[in-house]
Design a protein around this ligand. Structure first.
Ligand SMILES: *Cc1c(COP(=O)(O)O)cnc(C)c1O
Length: 417
């Protein structure tokens, strides 16, 4: 089975003449289309907004496109907050969801006026001591054994084993303390799933948070300005997988919103999500060339990219679809391991993958690298991060991050100590 590409073979060959492989390339038209689909699914709500998880694709040009589509940004570190600031995103356009948070990150979030999401009630004192009490406060809820992990709980952890969020009891305590300290604006957040393809998981998450809001509102006499269902909507990495049903999710969440929230005559909270992967993931491609073909006990395709450029297959055993450019219609006759040059045996983009017969210099496109792809890159073994290109909606090509050089890699070293 095939996955479509947003460019032709000829187009890509022209790009490669100017920008040597390997590189990640993103498709602006596709990103915008997906962003609109998400917004449209929730258009029946009083207010919906996705805060794009910056960590999925931390590039200013992409962030500007998403802001243009009406999104906010979900930042979780100092550098991500700085990146938002540099792009001109401040105030409540930022949701700051962190954990084990250093003081300077809270300072920066506070300075920018971001909505601060507390991962733990012990952070109340820490926050007050170092920066003060913000006008709006949110807690991250971890339901523990009340919820099962999603399909990919090996990535994010089962709730009761995950390091994130506060218990139910702690939430009641946390909001009560904040109310006493004079806070009047409240939000609630959870993030339980990762790459979840079953929309019903999010419907259950919404039910859980809506019920909780009802209880918290009544018991503590506070009201909620927003409810944030987190990110984690999955994408069909495998060509035979069904796409996530956004419309049914939104429709079913809408029913619960009416029934639980409006039914209890609570002031209607805004609905937030913070998806990263589903927005940009399907619209990124790692483009690489075949350097070597090796035949020992197995057939190996050696690429000019390695797991430092895309870690998911090696880290999670994740599937990424592979297209041999120009051979889409050829029969997949040969079983290959598709590997990089890192001195680690898990540096494999695919194991036992059936592909058409490959030649040296063939162009290999690895799909769905637009979320947690380039972003997870690293420098082990002196491997350098690739460039990032943007295929603009008018068909133009823009370099939106140059490739690292050896000088970049050496920049932090002191050769003369
Ligand atoms: C990673 C993360 C997200 C985004 O997850 P996706 O799988 O990219 O949607 C959202 N919120 C938090 C708190 C995260 O850590």
């Amino acid at each position: 089975m095939q996955k479509p590409l947003p460019f032709t073979k000829k187009q890509l060959e022209t790009i490669i003449k100017q920008h040597p492989t390997p590189f990640h390339i993103y498709d602006e038209a596709g990103i915008r289309k997906t962003a609109r689909k998400l917004a449209r699914a929730f258009s029946g709500f009083p207010f919906f907004r996705n805060y794009f998880a910056v960590k999925a694709l931390p590039n200013p040009v992409i962030m500007k496109i998403l802001v243009d589509e009406g999104m906010g940004m979900d930042a979780s570190s100092y550098a991500e907050l700085m990146l938002c600031e540099r792009v001109g995103i401040t105030g409540e356009n930022i949701m700051f969801t962190s954990n084990d948070t250093p003081q300077e990150e809270y300072e920066k979030a506070f300075e920018l006026g971001a909505m601060i999401n507390l991962d733990d009630i012990s952070h109340i004192d820490y926050l007050e001591k170092h920066v003060g009490i913000p006008k709006i406060i949110c807690f991250r809820y971890n339901p523990g054994s009340l919820r099962k992990g999603g399909a990919h709980s090996h990535i994010i952890g089962k709730p009761e084993e995950a390091k994130f969020g506060a218990t139910r009891k702690q939430l009641f305590e946390g909001y009560a303390i904040m109310k006493k300290k004079g806070v009047k604006r409240f939000g609630i957040h959870t993030m339980l799933a990762s790459n979840e393809l079953d929309y019903r998981y999010f419907v259950e998450t919404a039910r859980m948070l809506f019920e909780l809001i009802k209880e918290l509102s009544k018991r503590l006499d506070i009201s909620f300005e927003f409810v944030n269902l987190g990110g984690g909507i999955g994408i069909p990495y495998r060509p035979q997988e069904e796409p996530f049903d956004l419309d049914r999710m939104a429709k079913d969440i809408g029913k619960l919103y009416k029934e639980i929230i409006l039914g209890a005559r609570l002031p209607p909270p805004k609905l937030f999500m913070e998806n990263g992967r589903m927005v940009t993931g399907p619209h990124g491609y790692l483009v690489s060339k075949v350097l070597h073909l090796k035949k020992t006990y197995k057939n190996f395709i050696g690429l000019d990219a390695c797991m430092a450029n895309l870690m998911r297959p090696a880290m999670y055993g994740a599937y990424h679809h592979i297209t041999v450019l120009g051979k889409e219609d050829k029969p997949t006759t040969t079983l290959y391991d598709v590997v990089g040059s890192l001195c680690e045996n898990n540096d494999k983009f695919a194991i036992d993958r059936r592909l058409p017969k490959v030649k040296i210099h063939d162009i290999i496109v690895i799909h769905d690298t637009g979320g947690h792809g380039h972003a997870m890159g690293f420098n082990y073994n002196g491997k350098l991060r690739t460039s990032e290109l943007l295929l603009k909606k008018n068909g133009e090509m823009k370099l939106i991050r140059r490739a690292e050089t050896v000088e970049d890699y050496f920049a932090t070293l002191n050769f003369f100590a």
